[in-house]
Design a protein around this ligand. Sequence first.
Ligand code: ATP
Ligand code: MG
Length: 345
Amino acid sequence: MRFFGIHAPDIGIDLGTSNVRVYVKGKGIVIDEPSLLVVRGDASREVLAVGEDARLLLGRTPGDIRTVRPVRDGVIVDFEMSEIMLHYFIRKAVGSHYILRPRVVISVPCAISTVERRAVDEAVRMAGARAIQVVEHPLAAALGTGLPVYEPEGSLVVDIGGGTSEIAVISLGGLVVSRSLRVGGDKMDEAISAMFKKDHNMLIGERAAEDLKLDLGGAVVHADDARRAMVRGRDMVTSLPMTVEITAQKISEALQAPIGEIIGAIKWVLERTPPELAGDIMRSGIYLMGGLAQLPDLDHLIASEIGISVSVARNPAQSVILGAGHLADNIELLDSIGKGDAMRD
Ligand SMILES: Nc1ncnc2c1ncn2[C@@H]1O[C@H](COP(=O)(O)OP(=O)(O)OP(=O)(O)O)[C@@H](O)[C@H]1O
Ligand SMILES: [Mg+2]
């Protein structure tokens, strides 16, 4: 006999540029998959695979089959595909044997426009939510890291993901000063590709650029680093395949410009932080999260450029979803950040 529950559990969603994560109340994180679909055709697109299944097909698909990344720089750029992807993940997370659909706490970038926010709201609703509340990434990340978000105490959170860097000072459950940059892991991958074009007249794939960042990249260029890699790509002049040997220094050098922009934004936020809260941050330090928090030496570089110590969150790429999940576990907390109304049944 099949059991039909009435209420689907409340869920948290982090709809990221690189990854989608879903947290189910009482269970924890049940989905952590690439933000990706594989489709066939152009006008009427047939979805062949979503998430991890889509990633496994990357680069192995024939002519009319291609990959779609429906979220760029933290916001929905392909509404139809976002809705299909969210529907797939929500069903996968909670199943379909409930009469009442789930309530969803979803985190979004803090500089999102009204139109972009409405797109998220609509996509999540069409994907099967009955009530939705959005929460800004830095607030969710701070909650997910166990910072004293509701206290009259300043915390500085830096979340660097695939598409965005979100920097915010949080106190009393709200963002006091914040800055959202459309610079993150993707821009670093692009900087690596641009370096190959400029220095070697060579085109490399998105995936190859990301792999080089993960394998050889770092925030600081070490002169004594002897690591090298052979990179395959296409000659821009002849269009023929070519191979180049690259050093770790060259990869890290390519990352300097985007990293510089992020550090500039952290300074911008600190310059606008009220002195009492700045004093708290001097004492407690900066909290670094998002996938890029794992880039070697990034924490040390930020600490030395800003002059404040930096701690990397324990599971940095999961801080945001743990925070959204914490709110899904305790929906009544939305009242303390002034967002309870939307979730009433
Ligand atoms: N060990 C690592 N070192 C450096 N970068 C990493 C590492 N692991 C993952 N990344 C990078 O982190 C990025 C993904 O981070 P994350 O999952 O936080 O992004 P996201 O939440 O999907 O994106 P956003 O929040 O910007 O919309 C990718 O660019 C990936 O290459
Ligand atoms: Mg993120």
